[in-house]
Design a protein around this ligand. Structure first.
Ligand code: ZN
Ligand code: ZN
Length: 427
């Protein structure tokens, strides 16, 4: 059995599992937001003006702090204390952030402070203070978070269940989660899709204490837990993404897809091409506006996956092992890849070529300890923001030509990052 190579989540997996034994939070600060500099709303000439705002949220590698800052007024900052260091996710709406603190068995939610309401031919933008939402979820080993159809689903790996919350309830502060029970505790996911819930399935074999059951497949379920049809085999299943009408996940055998066909779940396997090296995909992103996925394929290549049209797989080699990769939501043909030599590459998903590369950080080797701090990427409009933990800085790079636009100092070890924002009217 080949094991799934891990990248974006995988690195974090190693980091967090390692930290379980080495890190303990010795103090708990208050759970209220500390506003460091007041939010200055730009005065508008008229009530119907357009406005563009981008905020980034950054976790620290070692301390349980999340920093938010306005990308155009980087001294406008907020700081939020949570229970542990961890990873951040933004919901597709951009209105809500999820901070997963695996080793502290906690999940926190933040109101991103920017609400985009799309209607007709435009969006309205409304800015307010970002805020930590009181409460949160407690449970054993929260890990993967996936949002679909307005529901945020958090897998509690060591609890063997998924907590489901609608984004609307989260923003209203109602954190009473619906639970979906999985067959065994495992490092998987489950997410509502149309009328059913899609969940990973773990092996029935008896495990040593503390070991989680291996993932073996995926199935759709009624909301009450009744399996619909049969499980699709997906050995070592890892990561999940949505694009168009498809959900995709990585397996040892290929990419497993699921789509809804008139209320019935249809599972399909795209086997890796015979002429590809014997690697697998364990990290997947779903492109918005084009039905396409971007995944890893071993340590030094990526794969562009079209679930319907052939060729289903196009493989792109990068010159060094990849550290992180992200999609460009505003320009969906582009993705950005950071490799361990410190180079940022712009990948054209349509031509499957790396178009341009530029050095943005010192080298961060993928050798050595999985828990070492390494950079992460976020896309904010036409800018790519790169955390550089050892330099204690956020690099702001122009996505169009990969030139360095700004360096924003940030104390500590800036680590995982998400960007939220956009342009809209303020009428
Ligand atoms: Zn994972
Ligand atoms: Zn409007």
């Amino acid at each position: 059995m080949r094991s799934i190579p891990e990248s974006r989540h995988g690195t974090s997996d190693a980091f967090l599992f390692k930290q379980k034994n080495t890190f303990s939070v010795t103090h708990r600060l208050g759970r209220t937001a500390v506003l460091l500099v007041p939010l200055i709303l730009q005065a508008n000439a008229s009530a119907d003006d357009g406005e563009t705002r981008w905020q980034v949220f950054v976790t620290d590698h070692d301390t349980p702090t999340i920093t938010a800052l306005d990308l155009d007024q980087p001294n406008t900052r907020w700081s939020f204390d949570v229970d542990g260091p961890g990873r951040l996710f933004a919901t597709p709406s951009g209105n809500t952030l999820v901070a997963v603190q695996t080793d502290d068995d906690r999940v926190s939610f933040l109101d991103a402070g920017i609400a985009l309401d799309r209607h007709g031919d435009h969006a309205d933008i409304e800015a307010h203070e970002p805020a930590l939402i009181a409460g949160g979820l407690s449970g054993p080993g929260p890990f993967h978070v996936v949002t679909h159809d307005g529901t945020v689903a958090t897998n509690f790996d060591r609890g063997g269940y998924v907590a489901l919350l609608t984004e609307a309830d989260i923003l209203e502060g109602d954190l009473t989660a619906e639970r979906f029970e999985q067959n065994h505790p495992h490092h998987g996911f489950a997410v509502p899709m149309g009328p059913y819930i899609v969940s990973s399935i773990a092996s029935d074999e008896t495990m040593e204490e503390d070991e989680l059951s291996p993932r073996i497949g995926l199935a759709a379920y009624e909301r009450d837990g009744t399996m619909i049809g049969a499980m699709a085999t997906c050995t070592d299943l890892h990561d999940e993404a949505f694009s168009g009408s498809y959900l995709a996940t990585g397996c040892a055998e290929g990419i497993l897809t699921l789509r809804d066909v008139e209320g019935e779940p249809e599972l399909g396997l795209l086997p890796y091409p015979d002429d590809f090296p014997p690697e697998t995909t364990g990290s997947l992103l779903g492109v918005v506006a084009v039905q396409m996925f971007l995944g890893d394929y071993g340590d030094d290549a990526l794969v562009i996956v079209d679930p319907e049209e052939t060729p289903h797989f196009r493989r792109v080699e990068v010159p060094f092992r990849h550290v992180d990769f992200v999609l460009d939501p505003a320009r969906p043909q582009f993705a950005y890849v950071l490799t361990e030599d410190g180079s940022l590459h712009r990948l054209d998903l349509l031509s499957a070529r790396v178009e341009q590369s530029a050095t943005v950080t010192r080298p961060y080797s993928m050798d050595g300890d999985g828990s070492d701090p390494r950079p992460r990427l976020a896309v904010a409009g036409d800018r790519v923001v790169v955390t550089d933990p050892l330099a204690q800085v956020l690099h702001v790079v122009d996505g169009a030509d990969l030139t360095m636009a700004d360096d924003i100092p940030l104390a500590g070890l800036p680590y995982d990052i998400v960007a939220v924002g956009g342009s809209g009217l303020t009428h």
